[in-house]
Design a binder for this molecule. Sequence first.
Ligand code: MRU
Length: 354
Amino acid sequence: MIDAISFSNDTLHYLDQRYLLLREEYVSTKSHQEAIEAIKTLAVRGAPLIGVAAAYTIILGINSFKGSKEEFPLFFKTLIADVEASRPTAVNLFFASARLKQVYDDNFATDTIDVLFAKMNEAAKKIHLDEIANCDLMSRHGVDQIKIDLADILKKRKLNVLTHCNTGTLACCGTGSALGVIRLAWQEGLIERVITSESRPLLQGLRLTAWELQHDGIPFVSISDSSSAFLMQRGMIDFGIVGADRIAANGDTANKIGTCAHAISAYHHNLPFYIAAPVSTIDITIPDGTHIPIEERNADELRTIFGTQVAMPDTPVLNYAFDVTPGKFLRGIITDKKAVVGNYVEELKTLFGQ
Ligand SMILES: CSC[C@@H](O)[C@@H](O)C(=O)COP(=O)(O)O
């Protein structure tokens, strides 16, 4: 499997996803500032991977600390604020920083700095290992749900699945969230073909998902983002499955811009549309999608394609990185704990023991 991120010898190693497929470039850094820049520029990307990268970035930051124990609280507060300011929508980033803050809160008063840092290191590694394990759990729950929901078609033939953006190894560390489900469904003989929508402007679907599918020998075809309704109308898509950057308590889901249009089209055509995401992507503190901060990115991402100007340099642009799909358009939310279908307000709470 592709190693999108790893941490060894106090060094963060990652595959720079901005240049795939033009070049496969691995970067190693001990600098937390460089790691923050990697998150901001989407060199590392995808909600679970952003969470893992954020945890290791905090470790790089504390490793660079040279002051006394008394000076650490202010340093740590600034470090956390800098990491949290890197990308606003993927809640996994805040999940990771909250975990490390908890280790700090629980141990700072009693531990030496060295012991505290060792505990934080362990916590960061655990976030990483948990996300890998989550992929396998989501995949199992997702495939089981698909077998139930699409049983009638599966008696006759295999399925054509639509996915958007990239939710595979590159985004999740393990086999993936939505792409993990697709991989297992393929291994179990349920999939005819995967349809990957390009995911303008940064083309995560066209570049990254296609690359991962090719790597695994899974048949796929890529489409422009605006093609999905037409393909559904023609019976060329049986269901959709995507990842998430933040899920509100009522199931409203932020994911890569373009997801909402796919989900509404699927709903119109009576096709199941699923979200696959680990529980670390659910923000149970917000009641609905209106509370999800939506990242707006640089206008030049839209005006240019890989550095080539494709619009007037002063073309006014709205470049929202994510949209919010209302929960009512979703057939289910596949998590590592279980597949949640039905009443999201009641069901999602139970994942948090509420
Ligand atoms: C499992 S990844 C889920 C999402 O993070 C993914 O679909 C997505 O929107 C990624 O956006 P990106 O801007 O590439 O970080």
